[in-house]
Design a protein around this ligand. Structure first.
Ligand code: XMP
Length: 326
């Protein structure tokens, strides 16, 4: 990430017209910067890297090589959407790597949260690096750095960014949205034609479901978490909460309790709902979800998800609880 400063007089991009103007300027700037060379991008499917990908596809088409590493800790349907939108609709030069087994094997029996994060971060770099080495003659590396990343790079959330690349990858950076705030990146993404559920998606930590499948990750509990999380998202969408609640997800601890299903003893994990509002993620309040909806979500999760036999609602604001459990 390059440390650049946003000019004081730079207009906030709030409309399609302003976004189109920004896109035209950046398309010209990127073409001037990279000429006929190739550019590599780690495309996670998050808002920032997706917008950079769409912008660069517009500017340089197949000179952009997108690498999507599926670490097996994605939410339900996310890798599929990357393939659909970028591989098919935008006809990008997309390399898809399913590294699920590599990540989950490395994470087996590791229960300490910081260790898990380090393993996921290091493995990501390793996989990406291996791919980069296979490609010949790439001179540029595109990154979805946005302005808050620059402002926070020496602050509290520095540990959050998983994607750092090794020093020996001598590539010049291409960071077309580095001066934009998140809301502007979203306006630009919409103007580029990306689907709303990609552009307005809630934040998702780099280590993904890895920090929500608490303790040592197992495949069955991870799968239960992914399914329960998909139900929560579907119900929030349907009931108009998706745009109202800043971040919402399920965490599944490594604890079983006794329950009863089909008149038989049924031991399972609890699914913990977290739904918070915040402006900057430094502090957060708890959203008041209507009880009827909580009952409905509980009913669906306990009936539809194998391995879950209770649903809990986390009422803890930040501080004292962080937003994520790990
Ligand atoms: P916490 O748990 O620290 O989370 O209250 C604050 C916000 O940061 C997100 N988060 C991450 N984002 N990489 C990211 O890009 C990470 O490793 C990471 N860990 C937490 C979290 O989802 C919340 O929005």
């Amino acid at each position: 990430m390059e440390l650049v400063k946003r000019p004081d007089n730079m207009e906030r991009i709030t409309t399609k017209a302003l976004a189109d103007k920004f896109i035209d300027e950046q398309v010209a700037a990127v073409r001037a910067q990279v000429g006929d060379k190739q550019v590599l991008l780690a495309l996670s499917g998050g808002v920032d890297s997706s917008v950079v990908a769409a912008l660069l596809i517009k500017a340089i088409g197949k000179q952009l090589v997108c690498v999507h590493v599926n670490h097996g800790l994605m939410r339900k349907g996310e890798s599929e959407q990357v393939i659909e939108v970028f591989g098919k609709q935008l006809d990008a030069n997309l390399i898809y790597i399913d590294a699920t087994d590599r990540f989950l094997d490395k994470l087996a029996d590791v229960s300490e949260p910081e260790k898990k994060r380090k393993i996921i971060g290091a493995e990501f770099i390793e996989v990406f690096n291996e791919e980069a080495k296979k490609l010949q003659g790439i001179s540029f590396l595109a990154q979805g750095t946005i302005y808050p990343d620059i402002l926070e790079s020496d602050g509290v959330k520095a540990h959050h960014n998983v994607g750092g690349l090794p020093e020996d990858m001598a590539m010049e950076l291409v960071e077309p949205v580095a001066l934009l705030y998140k809301d502007e990146v979203r306006v630009v993404g919409s103007a580029l034609g990306l689907p709303d559920d990609m552009v307005y998606r809630q934040p998702f930590p780099g280590p993904g479901l890895g920090v929500r499948c608490l303790g040592a990750i197992t495949r069955d509990r991870l799968e239960a978490l992914r399914e329960a999380d998909a139900i929560l998202r579907e119900e929030f969408d349907k009931n108009g909460l998706a745009g109202k609640v800043w971040q919402y997800f399920i965490a599944v601890p490594d604890v079983k309790s006794v329950g009863v299903r089909d008149s038989k003893r049924y031991e399972g994990w609890p699914a913990i709902i977290r739904a918070v509002n915040t402006t900057d993620a430094m502090s957060a309040t708890i959203e008041e979800i209507p009880y009827a909806l909580l009952h409905h979500i509980t009913d669906r999760i306990t009936h539809e998800v194998e391995g879950i036999n209770r649903v809990l609602y986390d009422l803890t604001p930040k501080p004292i609880g962080t937003i994520e459990w790990e």
